[in-house]
Design a protein around this ligand. Structure first.
Ligand code: SAM
Length: 275
C-alpha cells in the first residue's frame, strides 16, 4: 500500500459575468493548488490573471475528458491538490466535470466544493417566483419536436422550472413554452446576470414571448428562463387574498370582508370565506 497521501480535488465556482464574484476562498484555493483543470484555458486566463493566480492550467473539456480525467486522477494520487473550474459559474452545472468528480471519488479522493456563482440560482433569487421547490432542467433539446415533447413532460409540474437557453433559440423556446404551458403561465427571463445589460423581465408567457420577438436586444447574451409551476399563480392569489381578508375582517363582517378581499386579490371568494 502506498504511503503517499492523495491530494484533494477542489471544485471551484467562478463568476458568471462580474469578475469580482470570485470568493476569497476560491482565490486562495486556486493559488494554492498545483494544477487547475479548466474547461477552456484561454477563456480562464484573463480571470486568473486579474486575481493574480499564476497556477499552471490543464484543459479538461467534453472532447478530451477521458484522457484529462486520467491525468488529473494520477496527479491527485501522487499527492498534488488540483482545482476544477469551468468557463463560468459552478462546474458540472451544464458544464464538464461530472466524470472527473466521479472518478476522483471512486479513487477515494476527497472532493471539496468551493461554492459561488450559478446562473440558475442567481436567476431564482431575483425572479420572484416560488423558490421553496424548483426543478433545474438545464438546456432544452435543440430540435423543435424533442423540445416540445420535453416541455409536455413538465406541464403538470407544480415546482418552478428553470431552463438555460442560448441567444439564438430563446425566442423559439419561449414560443414553445407559451404553446405548451399556456399563454397565461407566469415566467421570468433573466438575461446577462451580473453584467452591463442585466435584465430581469417577468410576465405571462404570451407577453414575454411577444416582447422578446419585438425587441431583438432581449435575445442577446445569456439567458435563464424560469416558468412558474402549475397552479403557482392560484396559490399566490389565495395567499394575497388571505392577507387582505385578515386585515378587512377586523373592520367588516366576514362575508363583506371576503367579497372585498376576493375583488382586490383575484382569489376565489368562497375559498377566502371558508378559510
Ligand atoms: N456552470 C454555469 C452555471 O453555474 O450557471 C452554467 C454554464 S452553461 C454552459 C451556460 C448557460 O448558463 C448560458 O447559456 C445561460 O443559459 C446560463 N448563464 C450563464 N451565465 C449567465 C448570465 N450571466 N446570465 C444569464 N444566464 C447565464
Amino acid at each position: 500500500m502506498s504511503s503517499i497521501q492523495p491530494g484533494c480535488l477542489w471544485v471551484v465556482a467562478t463568476p458568471i459575468g462580474h469578475r469580482d464574484d470570485l470568493s476569497a476562498r476560491a482565490i486562495e484555493s486556486l493559488r494554492a493548488v498545483a494544477l487547475i483543470a479548466a474547461e477552456d484555458t484561454r477563456h480562464s486566463r484573463p480571470l486568473l490573471a486579474h486575481h493574480n493566480i499564476g497556477t499552471p492550467l490543464l484543459a479538461l473539456h467534453e472532447y478530451n475528458e477521458r484522457d484529462a480525467v486520467e491525468t488529473v486522477v494520477r496527479r491527485l494520487q501522487s499527492g498534488e491538490d488540483v482545482a476544477l473550474i469551468s468557463d463560468a459559474g459552478t462546474p458540472l452545472i451544464s458544464d464538464p466535470g461530472f466524470r472527473l468528480v466521479r472518478a476522483a471519488r471512486a479513487a477515494g479522493i476527497r472532493c471539496i466544493p468551493v461554492p459561488g456563482a450559478c446562473a440558475a440560482i442567481a436567476a431564482l433569487s431575483v425572479a420572484g417566483l416560488p423558490s421553496d421547490r424548483f426543478v433545474f432542467e438545464g438546456f432544452l433539446p435543440p430540435r423543435a419536436a424533442a423540445r416540445r415533447s420535453r416541455l409536455q413532460e413538465l406541464v403538470g409540474d407544480t415546482r418552478t422550472i428553470i431552463f438555460y437557453e442560448s441567444s439564438h433559440r430563446v425566442a423559439e423556446s419561449l414560443a414553445d413554452m407559451r404553446d405548451v404551458f399556456g399563454a397565461a403561465r407566469e415566467a421570468v427571463l433573466a438575461r446577462e446576470l451580473t453584467k452591463m445589460f442585466e435584465t430581469v423581465l417577468g410576465e405571462p408567457l404570451a407577453a414575454l414571448a411577444a416582447r422578446v420577438v419585438a425587441d431583438p436586444d432581449q435575445q442577446r447574451g445569456e439567458h435563464v428562463i424560469l416558468v412558474a409551476g402549475r397552479g403557482a399563480e392560484a396559490d399566490a392569489k389565495l395567499a394575497e387574498g388571505q392577507r387582505v381578508f385578515a386585515i378587512l375582517r377586523d373592520e367588516l363582517p366576514p362575508a363583506k370582508a371576503a367579497k372585498l378581499a376576493a375583488a382586490i386579490s383575484g382569489a376565489p371568494r368562497k375559498a377566502l370565506y371558508q378559510a
